[in-house]
Design a protein around this ligand. Structure first.
Ligand code: SAM
Ligand code: SF4
Ligand code: F3S
Length: 467
């Protein structure tokens, strides 16, 4: 599929920077800095976008708050991937009528994937009258001008036009963590899996230039980030739209060559495009985490075909064998959908048997959620929610027993972990494979790599001691 690459011009981005200064000027006249809250739903791509929204808000003179009641501006960055996520968003937006009533000057803004769905902006316009601004992911870079227009008295702005998507370089970003960073390398998706709304709301695949990605990775490493996750819906097709001969395996090698002690992670890989070049680059890299998140979605060939995934069960298993031949200790995680339209008991058993055969370290499991506009939403779906839930529970029980066994095999081993935060009485850390290790220690260790001896485990985590 050919893509027209639209990079936002420097002039346009400079204009938004000027606008940020104008807003900061307006805000500086207030007795104290105004407060902003950004609430994020969905995937890491949205987390990365929210860091940009916070970066822009800070440049416009806002301080961050966690209080909806106190916020002068609330931005809700939405996800459309499953109905449940949408309902949560709409419920929370509805509840904001109260804060708006108490504070009529409050600006309530909705952005992200849900806003790009056909009819959604109209629905917000007519049924959620306390919302001031709606904008889609393709115009995120124009957020400052919308804020300025609202501050100047415009009542409501709706900006969620159809677009194949753009690339906006150089937006400020206020990162959540000082240890781990998201690094989007591409946007959008061309795969049109029959159940998935992402290609409709996020536009076509477009890659950032390798030089831009590398420069950002260099800045992150220089700033002391220890864990850099390269983001894309299908990182294995990185560069196909650029025609410069650089593919994802090359990109890993280039980032691996950047000086510094940091881990390179990435998500997500699509099995149809993953292969030997990727595994070789990972195995030869010093910094690449020994972890692949490789969603299989279903273990049945009939269902995989109906999902338009473009690989077979055997092709997937072969890929796993290949990955393990390059990296025997690689940690494997995956996504799986239960209850795809028409999935029979036998086909579900194929998913269970694949899970038994691969023995993933962890699984992200979802019950199929029909998304209007996708082919799967129109497929006959004779099984009830209850039947699907029962299958889902069986899958979770199986995976939990595998995760528990896998975790137990770590006990007694020494692993290098990155200490990344704290949780109650424990410090939290991750192995190269991304397994959570809780340990006792001082919070001054956050941001450091340390060797730990694994002393205990359960289904979800490992426990360790610093050595
Ligand atoms: N691009 C990634 C890939 O193909 O592996 C996945 C991105 S999607 C945001 C994350 C996961 O959500 C998918 O792997 C799939 O398991 C799940 N998902 C997507 N659409 C869904 C739907 N309509 N119902 C249930 N789960 C869905
Ligand atoms: Fe959705 Fe498939 Fe694209 Fe992943 S690869 S975002 S599941 S269409
Ligand atoms: Fe959701 Fe959009 Fe991500 S639909 S999962 S936030 S790309």
């Amino acid at each position: 599929m050919s893509t027209k690459r639209i990079e936002i011009s420097k002039e346009d981005l400079d204009r938004e920077r000027d606008i940020m200064e104008q807003v900061a000027e307006i805000n500086s006249r207030l007795p104290s800095p105004p407060l902003a809250l950004v609430d994020t739903y969905g995937c890491q791509q949205n987390e990365a976008d929210s860091e940009k929204l916070r970066g822009m808000l800070k440049m416009m003179g806002y301080s961050m708050t966690a209080s909806e009641a106190e916020a002068d501006i609330i931005v809700i960055n939405t996800c459309a991937v499953r109905e449940h996520a949408e309902q949560r968003v709409l419920g929370n937006v509805g509840a904001l009528t109260h804060t708006k009533k108490e504070k009529p000057s409050q600006l309530i803004c909705l952005c992200g994937c849900m806003m790009q769905e056909p009819g959604m902006a109209e629905r917000i316009k007519s049924s959620y009258r306390h919302v001031s601004l709606v904008f889609g992911p393709h115009v995120l870079w124009r957020f400052p001008e919308y804020v300025l227009r609202l501050l100047r008295g415009e009542k409501r702005i709706f900006a969620a036009e159809e677009s194949d998507g753009v690339i906006a370089e150089g937006l400020p970003s206020a990162r959540d963590s000082a240890v781990k960073a998201w690094l989007p390398i591409m946007y959008g998706c061309n795969n049109f899996c029959s159940y998935c709304i992402v290609p409709y709301v996020r536009g076509r695949e477009r890659s950032r230039l390798p030089g831009d990605v590398e420069a950002e990775a260099r800045r992150l490493a220089g700033a002391g980030y220890k864990d850099i996750t390269l983001l894309g819906q299908n990182v294995n097709s990185y560069g196909r739209d650029l025609d410069n001969g650089v593919d994802f395996a090359d990109l890993i090698r280039r980032i691996d060559a950047i000086p510094g002690d940091f881990l390179i992670r990435f998500m997500t890989s699509h099995p149809k495009d993953a292969g030997e070049r990727l595994f070789a680059a990972m195995a030869e890299s010093k910094k690449c985490a020994r972890h692949i998140h490789l969603p299989f979605q279903s273990g049945s060939d009939r269902v995989l075909k109906a999902m338009n995934r473009r690989y077979t069960r055997e092709g997937y298993l072969e890929l796993i064998r290949l990955a393990r031949s390059y990296m025997p200790d690689v940690v494997l995680t995956s996504d799986v959908i239960v209850g795809f339209p028409g999935e029979t008991e036998e086909e579900f058993e194929d998913t269970l048997s694949l899970v038994r055969e691969v023995r993933f370290d962890a699984l992200f499991t979802f019950i199929f959620s029909p998304r209007t506009g996708t082919p799967a939403a129109k497929m006959p779906d004779p099984f009830t929610r209850r039947e699907k839930q029962a299958r889902f529970d069986r899958l979770i029980a199986l995976q939990n027993s595998v995760s528990e066994e896998k975790h137990r095999s770590y006990v007694g081993q020494v692993r290098r972990v990155l200490i990344d935060g704290e949780d109650g009485e424990y410090l939290t850390s991750r192995t190269s494979g991304g397994r959570l290790v809780r340990l006792a220690g001082d919070r001054s260790l956050i941001g450091q790599f340390k060797d730990v001896r694994i002393t205990d485990s359960n289904t979800w985590a490992l426990y360790g001691q610093l050595i």
